[in-house]
Design a protein around this ligand. Structure first.
Ligand code: 13P
Ligand code: SF4
Length: 362
């Protein structure tokens, strides 16, 4: 789900702010008011102004994942959302340049779907522990051990790994993709906890791998129970969390699923068992919800800053390229995901996106 940009009333002339602010960024400032202090805004405003100018000059579009900081997410992004929304959005539009404010596998996916466009990743060190957890030869070995069993890879993988797989999936559509393959057994790599989450919701036998997200694996069920007792907060967990953490939550789903669930339930207080910026960004949309903040930072997502976004737009570097020998296979896996989940016969992967609030599917 792409996150909508909320509409806010503009800053009034009586507010006493300098004219320079009013001409470029009134609505941006209004949007960010709840998430940033005045000194932070003064620091970010010139960068936001430069980025807006460069976007127009370069015919560029900025995509931002839900884990990006508010000044990026609400300040300069044109399209925002979870991995699935970013993959879909990357396939649309006619911009010459795509800036991916996220991690490498997201930029690679954008490049696979836009081979003729320039795709920029503001910091090439923005990786992902899940993408590091499996290599192409591991997929080949799994196929050798389980002949004839289709392989689904989480989008959090390198293009080289995707090229070895039959279809890719995200946390929002993993159940749907697995079921749509029509096989009694499916290999689902690399996240062990996502695989167990899927296995709990389908009759398809899931063969998993042992990859973990370094951010989500740090949450502990005992801490969740303690927080719930102390605060009564509604608890939402990402499927990359350990299984006992998922079981301790009220809802389990992708980052977009969490937003949909919060929009539907509007709890007085909420605890998001995921990356820290997620709560900061959602709080801008739903200021009436009190977010508790025992979150974990993703060091890779946090490599993206307004400064390196500005710099990459200025230099049109660093560009993300996908090696010729893996691009066709990796693109096939991403497009297969989209085909499989476009079918009306496939049930929605994320009940929160449309259905009523209910117990988590774990
Ligand atoms: P989502 O697809 O749910 O946004 O998750 C991406 C991710 O990297 C979670 O750690
Ligand atoms: Fe990868 Fe985890 Fe960071 Fe998501 S939060 S990008 S899965 S390391």
């Amino acid at each position: 789900m792409a996150v909508p940009t909320p509409s806010f009333s503009h800053v009034s002339a009586a507010s006493g702010r300098a004219p320079a602010r009013r001409d470029i960024a009134e609505s941006t400032y209004e949007r960010l008011r709840g998430a940033l202090s005045e000194p932070e805004w003064l620091l970010f405003e010139p960068l936001i102004r430069d980025i807006e100018r460069l976007k127009a000059e370069r015919r560029a579009i900025i995509l931002a994942h839900n884990y990006q900081t508010p000044e990026i997410f609400h300040g300069v992004a044109d399209l925002r959302g979870d991995s699935l929304a970013l993959a879909r959005e990357a396939a649309e539009g006619d911009a010459d340049v795509i800036v991916m404010c996220g991690v490498r596998f997201m930029a690679e996916t954008a490049k696979l779907l836009n081979p003729g466009r320039t795709v920029l990743l503001p910091d090439t060190q923005a990786g992902c522990s899940l993408a590091e957890a499996i290599q192409p030869q591991d997929v080949r070995e799994l196929r050798r051990r389980h002949p004839g069993v289709p392989v689904v890879c989480y989008v959090n993988t390198s293009a080289a790994v995707k090229a070895e797989c039959d279809a890719c999936c995200t946390s929002a559509n993993a159940v749907a993709v697995v079921e749509a393959l029509g096989s009694e057994r499916v290999i689902l790599v690399p996240d062990e906890y996502l695989a167990r989450y899927v296995a709990a919701q389908t009759r398809v036998e899931i063969i998993s791998w042992h990859g973990h997200c370094e951010v989500h694996e740090r949450f502990r069920a005992a801490d969740v129970a303690e927080f719930r007792t102390l605060t009564g907060a509604y608890v939402l967990a990402h499927p990359e969390c350990p299984r006992e953490v998922q079981q301790a939550a009220d809802y389990v789903g992708s980052t977009a699923g969490m937003i949909s669930r919060l929009a539907a339930r509007r709890p007085a207080s909420a605890l998001l068992l995921t990356e820290c910026s997620m709560a900061d960004n959602v709080a801008v949309l739903y200021p009436e919800i009190h977010f508790l903040r025992p979150c974990n930072l993703c060091p890779h997502m946090k490599r993206i800053t307004l400064t390196n976004i500005r710099d990459c737009l200025e230099r049109l570097e660093p560009r993300v390229e996908v090696a010729e020998e893996v691009a066709a296979g990796a693109r096939r896996a991403v497009l297969r995901m989209m085909e499989l989940t476009a079918s009306p016969r496939v049930r929605s992967a994320d009940p929160a996106a449309s259905g009523p609030a209910g117990p988590p599917g774990v």
